[in-house]
Design a protein around this ligand. Structure first.
Ligand code: FES
Ligand code: FES
Length: 178
């Protein structure tokens, strides 16, 4: 967690996390990653490098994939944030299911970021080629799987039409958490 000078006043920030409105007192330069994990208890988003290199802290900010370790919390003012917790509710999200079935998750540190990045990819490109998958996940590093099972999981999602299912699922999740 980044250190915050004690003499800097905290300020209110308002945003929506996984469909729930949220108002929280923060230090201006606090990282979105720390607010999610430490203030809101959303520990599904992981910290790897803390420098924007590994993608394990990936979340969606207004629908765009971002490294939350690089996002000052004030940039989230008025925004819609979706984390790995916002994908699953009573049952696994289709992308989570595919990662499980294809062996795309081992130690699990990279997995939430990989899954969020995959959801982002499939919403823009429902039937990606292998090079498109490799490019879309190039900002997400994995030390365990050798990537082939992850890529297979993404292909499996595409075969099952997970993009459309994702949107319907997210819409349902969003409604049910308001
Ligand atoms: S922890 Fe954010 S990119 Fe590595
Ligand atoms: S499953 Fe361990 S880093 Fe990817």
């Amino acid at each position: 967690m980044s250190n915050q000078p004690q003499d800097v006043p905290r300020t209110e920030v308002h945003f929506t996390v996984n469909g729930r409105p949220c108002c929280i007192l923060v230090y201006p330069m606090q990282r979105l990653l720390d607010v999610l994990r430490c203030e809101l208890g959303l520990t599904g988003t992981k910290e790897g490098c803390g420098e924007g290199e590994c993608g394990s802290c990936s979340v969606l900010l207004n629908g765009e994939l971002v490294n939350s370790c690089l996002v000052p919390i004030l940039q989230a003012e008025g925004a819609e944030v979706r984390t790995i917790e916002g994908l699953a509710s009573d049952s696994l999200h289709p992308v989570q299911r595919a990662f499980l079935e294809c062996g795309g998750a081992q130690c699990g540190i990279c997995t939430p970021g990989m899954i969020v990045a995959t959801v982002h990819l499939l919403q823009r490109c429902p039937d990606p080629s292998l090079p498109q998958i490799q490019e879309a996940l190039s900002g997400n590093l994995c030390r365990c799987t050798g990537y082939s099972r992850i890529f297979e999981a993404v292909r499996e999602c595409a075969r099952q039409g997970a993009a459309q299912e994702s949107e319907e699922y997210s819409a349902g999740t969003s409604r049910s958490t308001r």
